[in-house]
Write a protein that binds this ligand. Structure first.
Ligand code: GLN
Length: 531
């Protein structure tokens, strides 16, 4: 039988519940326990697939094709495990299930209500992974902040589950201890209020994880313990860390994993073995060189829009013993006149995934510059499509070549809509999503990088390379080095006479983890180091 850890958040959002959950899971995994993490988001969208990056940051895609919260990316990167649709549930999905059941008449004439019908559906989903028998511990992160109206059904479900599961369930509440500069003091009141909010809903937290910019003294801890009915040792400090990867170590130093296991009634001795993790941090802290990579996208001003790519660079940097300095360039600000000045000194250029026309010419400009000046280039999804467009226009002389996504009337649609997308009208969950196999051509850059014939990578797109132009491209130096053999889709393109020029239709960033950095990112950084 699984044990359950619920992670709630109070005072403000963005406290890092996902990172705490992933860090705790890492420590438990280091003790040989089988752990998974799931996230429940209180918004009405069925999934975050239709949310733009200003609203929601990156949309993370699982192997089984679910469009999910970016915290699932952290779970995978930390635990080196694959998540699935079951690991992310939204209010929209819960209601959709309940309403569909109601339409089928499954409630037998009853009035369908938040309690018990919505909470029962939440409960069913909260227990689902635990009931698979695959996990010793299921960590459930509740999105949002305690006290929000939308969070209520989740907190109520946690109350019921705590009651039903007894010692097999605990609640870790993440909160903020602000520092008032004028008073020179850390303040516990917001946390007291936030715990009261939980208590009002019948939930007593077992552990407090306190985000802070300054060390919490003994007195502050005692005060928190006294006012919040939490034992002294279960007040855990979560001080600002140099990187997300330092958090498991900071937690381990305070014995957070042992304290939590004790509360769950799981006997533990010694320490969690996270030596591989510590090696990684050691290398991350002590790079022997540095490399500057240009990162071109239209959401570069947002912290979370490309988080998986940013993290994949950190993994690949460590593998190459170097610090990857990412120079973010807004694609809308790049043009013919400034491109050389903007890209000067960069040892590699990555063009990001994306949708729509905005900033597209800047991306194409940057690719032209990288191609002509022998700078390593790596294009992901839209980045790959832009490389195809650039090559069509400037090498194959197909004037006005474009993607049908950006220009429905182009004379040369080198990127066109996928066949099975042509009749798709609704937007949610209808792209080509999830992992597909791809076969690599021998004696290509792609084959050398992966060192195998068949790979599987995750997708999220509607458009693809137009095979009508394939021969023309291949005759002129741009080859399709990765193909989906089932439907002949081009998944990878590359240029022969270039130090490193590769574009991939899939998203390798989703599968880069601390334990297994992605070979494309590793080789790209290695190539950049040679420039
Ligand atoms: N907009 C492009 C498509 O739908 C690329 C998508 C992406 O970069 N994820 O095909």
């Amino acid at each position: 039988m699984s044990k359950y850890i619920f992670v709630t958040g109070g005072v403000t959002s963005s406290l890092g519940k996902g990172i705490f959950a992933a860090s705790l899971a890492k420590l438990l995994q280091g003790r040989g326990l089988k752990v998974t993490i799931q996230k429940f988001d209180p918004y009405i969208n069925v999934d975050p697939g239709t949310l733009n990056p200003y609203e929601h940051g990156e949309c993370y895609v699982t192997v089984d094709g679910a469009e999910t919260d970016l915290d699932l990316g952290h779970y995978e990167r930390f635990l080196n495990l694959k998540t699935t649709q079951a690991n992310n549930v939204t209010t929209g999905r819960v209601y959709q299930t309940v309403i569909n059941k109601e339409r089928k008449g499954e409630y037998l004439g009853k009035t369908v209500q938040v309690i018990p019908h919505i909470t029962n559906e939440i409960k069913r989903r909260m227990l689902l992974l635990g009931e698979s028998g695959d996990y010793d511990i299921v960590i459930t992160e509740l999105g949002g902040t305690v006290g929000d109206i939308e969070s209520l059904p989740y907190v109520e479900t946690v109350r019921q589950l705590k009651w039903e599961l007894g010692n097999d369930a605990i609640v870790c509440h993440l909160t903020l201890i602000p520092y008032l500069k004028a008073a020179g003091e850390l303040k516990t009141k917001p946390t007291q209020h936030s715990v009261k909010e939980l208590l009002k809903n019948g939930v007593q937290p077992d552990v407090l994880i306190c985000r802070t910019e300054h060390t919490l003294g003994k007195e502050i801890k005692q005060k928190l313990a006294r006012f919040c009915n939490v034992s002294n040792e279960a007040i855990i400090e979560a001080i600002d860390a140099p990187s997300i990867y330092h958090v498991p170590v900071l937690m381990e130093e305070q014995n957070a994993d042992k304290i939590i296991l004790d509360k769950l009634g799981i006997k533990s001795s010694g320490k969690s073995d996270i030596s591989i993790w510590k090696n990684f941090i050691n290398k991350l802290n002590n790079p022997s060189k540095e490399v500057k990579i240009g990162f071109i996208g239209k959401y570069v001003e947002l912290q979370d829009a490309y988080i998986s790519i940013i993290e994949a660079f950190k993994h690949a940097g460590v593998e190459n013993n170097c610090k990857v300095e990412i120079v973010k360039l807004h694609s809308e600000k790049l043009n013919d006149d400034n491109i050389a000045a903007q890209l000067k000194g960069l040892k590699g250029i990555l063009v990001a995934p994306g949708f729509g026309d905005r900033g597209i010419e800047g991306k194409i400009n940057a690719i032209k510059y990288a191609r002509e000046n022998n700078i390593p280039f790596f294009g992901i999804c839209l980045g790959m499509q832009c490389a195809v467009i650039e090559y069509a226009r400037n090498v194959l002389n197909l004037e006005g070549a474009h993607s049908l996504e950006m220009n429905a009337d182009t004379k040369h649609p080198v990127i066109n809509l996928m066949e099975d997308q042509k009749d798709v009208t609704s937007k949610g969950g209808t792209m080509r999503l999830g992992a597909y196999e791809c076969s690599l051509k021998e004696n290509t850059l792609a084959y050398n990088i992966y060192n195998k014939e068949i790979i599987a990578e995750r997708h999220r797109h509607r458009y693809e390379f137009n095979n009508k132009y394939k021969q023309k491209f291949e005759n002129n130096g741009m080859i399709a080095s990765g193909l989906n053999l089932k439907n002949d889709l081009v998944e990878i393109i590359e240029i022969k006479d270039h130090p490193y020029f590769i574009g991939v239709q899939f998203h390798p960033e989703y599968s880069s983890t601390v334990a297994q950095p992605h070979p494309l990112f590793i080789s790209f950084i290695a190539a950049a180091l040679k420039v």
